[in-house]
Design a protein around this ligand. Sequence first.
Ligand code: CP3
Length: 322
Amino acid sequence: MRQAGRSLPEYRALRQGVAMLDACMRADLIIEITLQPVRRYGVDAAILFSDIVLPLKALGFDLDIVPGVGPVIAEPITDSAAVAAIPTFDAARVDFVAEAVAGLVSELGSTPLIGFAGAPYTLASYLIEGGPSKEHAKTKALMHGAPDVWRALMERLAVISAEFLRVQVEAGAAAVQLFDSWAGGLSPHDYRTHVLPHSAAVFADIADLGVPRIHFGVATGELLADMSTAGVEVMGVDWRVPLDRAVDRVQPGQALQGNLDSTLVFAPWDVIESETLRVLEAGRLAPGHIFNLGHGVLPDTDPDVLARLVDFIHSQESPVEG
Ligand code: CP3
């Protein structure tokens, strides 16, 4: 459950006076915050405490995560000179991540750790817009108006994402997820032409590592078929597409990850239970199903409800042994 920590008082206590990206750059805090939801909820996997913009920050970008807003970039990218100035990836700049992953793997024992990175498009959208955006108008203007600059930017970001995933897997992460959170704002044609090749390059780059690769975006129902061709074992599906429909859109043999609406945890328990059963039932049609919320945990979610939800899922018969 992404950002499950945000709902926990023990997370808020640890983060007192520590900025988000500062917390992401300290191995001791990464370890402790990653473990908090695992301890509380007994989930089947941990997701590394970090952020999609962390590698950019670590490589020297002047950016920050503003509470209640999201990532904000001091000097947005507008031209080829700015693209050329993007620093090349240097594993030494993220050594705290490798240290945290190694520490986590020994603490977690048999519970797998999921590493992650931002996909080139979603990272590019922050770098070009300068911060969060609904329309992504500048991003699309660069994509269509300066295709060479666009391609160069996406190629650079693809290398950074792939290398950042490699660091995590080499330190012991058991699976990786690529977040293309904002790809859902693209038409299938634009996605296929200007974005998919670069996400596929990320997955191809790390194929030799042999870990399961998960691909996820928000509002990507119309893109699922294309996204599933990027070279992945698992497709993440947000709450908008029922898993029994998603299974017909993705590649044969691919597992699905998803997809209880994150807001449903505020509903009465009998609704949560019946909706969870519907998700599990639909998921049985896929060759494999990883249950999660269809997007991250909302900060004011009641931790006791999440604990009850995890117990309820564990009480249901698993379609796949092990
Ligand atoms: O459980 C975890 O902590 C997993 C780690 C994780 C974070 N961000 C930590 C975080 C992951 C996987 C992300 C991914 C991420 N970051 C995405 C993709 C998300 C998706 O589901 O599609 C995006 C778009 C970002 C960029 C970002 N970082 C946003 C939009 C925000 C929210 C800003 C806000 O305050 O509303 C963040 C901050 C962030 N990243 C928090 C956490 C725990 C919240 C920090 C806090 O408030 O304590």
